[in-house]
Write a protein that binds this ligand. Structure first.
Ligand SMILES: NC(=O)c1ccc[n+]([C@@H]2O[C@H](COP(=O)([O-])OP(=O)(O)OC[C@H]3O[C@@H](n4cnc5c(N)ncnc54)[C@H](OP(=O)(O)O)[C@@H]3O)[C@@H](O)[C@H]2O)c1
Length: 255
């Protein structure tokens, strides 16, 4: 049995813990620590709240899930004993993690909120781990959804597309639904239709051998109404709008 220890109990820790519990990881094998919220969270999920050093001592894998600017402050008094440390801290490099935790067994990751339903996509740095730690990391990360090895130089772009991406997809769904409402649909119904359309289209694409561009053509016949809509997207610079937003995300500094 793998023992999981979370330092930090915010949105991302809760999303990952939910994903682990969905995969039948026993609640008693999941521990948390944080200054204010840990006890409450432990009670809510039936997991265990511990002081930070006890949590490290008791865990096989320690997940750092506090804010990036808290790294030095949180790790200063702790001894990680060269255990496996997995960071989800956006913008924090393997070198910074190694220096703060004094362990070589560090993996930099970047999950997204969909890990809560085991449909996340998580980037990870390729660190040399012991065979045992590698097994623990593979097991842990497989519970979260898809995993992709990403060079550290590409974490920022991954973060913009996969980390922030869910917000942009929700934005698109909302815009699609609002367009339905503008044209007379009842709001709840419009949201349901837009959500299911995005869900089904993503599934179709993921199961298909065709590209997203090719699949557009299968829906939009020449001279048809979908083609008129796609032409309008083009005229309104839809691709440039997305690119602009992603670039704004990438160039924004993490807190
Ligand atoms: N949210 C996302 O979609 C997302 C995606 C990818 C990566 N991330 C990364 O995930 C990390 C956490 O983000 P979040 O959205 O979960 O933040 P959040 O909801 O603001 O949570 C921050 C957590 O840090 C804890 N904390 C503060 N001081 C601490 C200390 N001294 N020791 C231990 N824990 C401490 C807080 O605990 P108390 O409540 O007890 O103060 C809180 O649980 C960030 O580094 C972020 O870059 C987030």
């Amino acid at each position: 049995m793998i023992k999981y220890g979370f330092i930090g109990t915010g949105n991302m820790a809760q999303a990952i813990i939910t994903g682990l519990l969905n995969k039948n990881v026993p609640a008693s094998d999941i521990g948390v620590t944080s200054p204010r919220s840990a006890d409450k969270l432990a009670e809510r999920f039936g997991i265990v709240a511990l002081p930070a050093q006890n949590l490290i001592d008791d865990s096989d894998i320690i997940i750092l899930a506090f804010l990036p600017n808290q790294l030095e402050n949180v790790t200063a008094q702790l001894d990680f004993k060269n255990k496996l440390v997995v960071s989800v801290l956006a913008g924090v490099t393997v070198a910074q993690l190694t220096s703060a935790t004094h362990t070589t067994q560090v993996v930099r990751t970047l999950p997204n909120v969909n890990v809560a339903i085991n449909l996340g996509v998580t980037a990870f740095s390729q660190t040399k781990l012991t065979a045992e730690n590698n097994h623990v990391f593979q097991t842990f990360s497989s519970y979260l959804g898809e995993r992709v090895a990403v060079d550290e130089s590409q974490f920022a772009v991954f973060s913009a597309i996969a980390g922030s991406g869910p917000a942009y997809v929700f934005k698109f769904i909302d815009a699609l639904a609002q367009a339905g409402v503008e044209n007379g649909l009842e709001p709840t119904l419009a949201t349901k239709i837009a959500t299911q359309t995005v869900l089904g289209s993503a599934k179709t694409l993921s199961l298909s051998k065709q590209t997203a561009q090719e699949l557009q053509d299968t829906v939009a016949s020449p001279g048809g109404s979908t083609r008129a809509g796609l032409d309008d997207f083009k005229a309104q610079n839809f691709d440039e709008t997305i690119l602009h937003a992603i670039n704004a995300t990438i160039s924004h500094k993490h807190l």
